[in-house]
Design a protein around this ligand. Structure first.
Ligand code: PLP
Length: 402
């Protein structure tokens, strides 16, 4: 048998990387399912709905049309870049030129382009925590220094200007801002977005604002786009977005960035050596999605809202668990501090990571531990699950912790 190669053979930049914990937990749950186990997977961050039929039909037409069998310009099909510009004006009120749009392989790839193009060795990037798992890894891959800003349920998991101010140094280059947030579901109010945006503009910082959950906002909350409420930030702001969450299109891999044209041109140079264009047929599908109606999203949102209520009620009924009501996205991020140190089957978990292992082992439910998001003591559950699975899974958690 071949010996595993020594870690020293692996380049330092990748040696410290581990698999995305959210994808890893899903892989573990899938493996158990494949072995015949009845596992309920709260780990996966994707809609359980199919892609809307008119989007699939557009992709089918593109598949049969030989024009879509070839490369497109790296930055994306001109019609798609235009449609994204039009969609952005329609949905958030931000007026942009197609030349500012770069179509990438998902929001994740769009973020990678941005960090690689803006962040230099030693640049500090302010990152409110709990954060989505990919940001710190991508910032570090670009040579940046992650400056996490911890938040708690007391502030609704939202950073304040005072907190940002106290983290500012001469090396601070950028703030990563995400609302609605993964993993907490927090949605910043228009006043807070404005205050943070003005602060960043005043300090000359770049802001990367991730708007991938812009349409997944529940009654009472409202999403606003930072460069719309703070126009003076436009020159130093990158908006990241995509079709994955809004249109249940995670598998199609289409996202984009909106950035000043000179920056977009540099990011296109980078992407031209990485992946070239996004799959042409996927771009045709994304074109149908962004230029079509938002009806499917509204229906999905109603369903998520019901599931959010069930999740909130059953989680808070579980012993040792306390959850805030998420205002957007489809995640709950409860504290499980009160459930630590108590027996679950043969386990006696002392950390949220151990608790998640114990729950998978004994109750066959997969949750992502808060450690992955820079917030030990919490867990993330996606409620983008069928109603039946959601209730069965939450009941199992309740029973395991009783
Ligand atoms: N940004 C946030 C906050 C996310 O949660 C995700 C996916 O989970 C993404 C970006 C990337 O989405 P995709 O690469 O599927 O477009």
């Amino acid at each position: 048998m071949q010996q595993a190669p020594p870690a020293s053979q692996i380049a330092a930049r990748v040696r410290g990387l581990s698999e995305s914990p959210t994808l890893a937990i899903t892989a573990k749950a899938q493996a158990l399912k494949a072995a015949g186990e009845d596992v309920i997977d709260f780990g996966v961050g994707e809609p359980d709905f199919p892609t809307p039929a008119h989007v699939v039909a557009a992709a089918e037409r593109a598949c049969a049309d030989t024009r879509y069998h070839h490369y497109t310009p790296t930055g994306g099909l001109p019609a798609l870049r235009e449609a994204i510009a039009a969609k952005t004006a329609r949905d958030s009120g931000l007026e942009v030129e197609p030349a500012e749009v770069l179509v990438a392989n998902g929001g994740k790839h769009a973020l990678y382009n941005v960090f690689q193009t803006l962040v230099d060795q030693g640049d500090e990037v302010l990152l409110p925590a709990p954060y989505w798992v990919t940001y710190p890894e991508q910032i570090r891959l670009a040579g940046g220094v992650v400056v996490p800003l911890p938040t708690t349920p007391d502030t609704g998991f939202q950073v304040t200007v005072e907190q940002l101010e106290s983290a500012l140094t001469p090396r601070t280059k950028m703030l990563v801002f995400v609302s609605p947030s993964n993993p907490t579901g927090a949605v910043y109010s228009p006043a807070e977005v404005t205050a943070i945006g003005r602060w960043a503009a005043e300090k000359g910082l770049w802001v990367v604002t991730d708007e991938i959950y812009e349409h997944l906002v529940y009654r009472g909350a409202r999403h606003v786009s930072m460069p719309v409420v703070v126009p003076e930030l436009r020159e130093r702001c990158v908006v990241v977005n995509g079709v994955a969450k809004t249109y249940a299109m995670t598998g199609w891999r289409v996202g984009w960035s909106i950035a000043p044209a000179y920056l977009t041109r540099r990011m296109i140079n980078l992407q031209s050596h990485l992946t070239s264009n996004v799959a042409n047929v996927s771009q045709a599908a994304a074109l149908a999605a962004v230029s079509g109606p938002l009806d499917a999203v509204e229906e999905m949102l109603e369903t998520y809202e019901r599931r959010r209520g069930i999740t909130f009620a059953l989680l808070n009924a579980a012993e040792g668990v306390s959850a805030l009501m998420p205002e957007g996205a489809f995640y709950a991020f409860p504290s499980v501090e009160g459930a630590l140190g108590r027996p679950i089957g043969d386990w006696k978990p002392e950390t949220s990571a151990e608790l998640c292992e114990a729950l998978l082992d004994t109750a066959r439910v997969a949750l992502v531990p808060g450690e992955a998001f820079g917030a030990p003591g919490y867990c993330r559950l996606s409620f983008a699950l069928s109603n039946l699975d959601l209730e069965r899974g939450l009941e199992r958690i309740g029973e395991a912790l009783a």
